[in-house]
Design a protein around this ligand. Structure first.
Ligand SMILES: [Ca+2]
Ligand SMILES: [Ca+2]
Length: 70
């Protein structure tokens, strides 16, 4: 993803990519990148893989959900 380090990874095996920037762990940079690339994610990635709160779309609530995991 633009601005990322590597391929996003699923750090806990739940089928969602919490490690958005692909550096191998969940960190604040993932929250920032998710926020900055929300439109890109919605357009280019499978929604289910990045819909962290499970409401069926890529939205700001997912950024909050990601932040709350830290
Ligand atoms: Ca990360
Ligand atoms: Ca969502």
């Amino acid at each position: 993803m633009p601005g990322g380090i590597g391929v996003p990874t699923d750090t806990d095996g739940d089928g969602r990519y919490e490690d958005v920037n692909g550096n191998g762990r969940e960190d604040f940079a993932d929250v920032v990148l998710y926020f900055n690339q929300m439109g890109w994610i919605a357009a280019n990635e499978p929604v289910a893989a990045f819909d962290l709160n499970g409401n069926g779309r890529i939205d700001f609530a997912d950024v909050v959900a990601l932040f709350n995991r830290l």
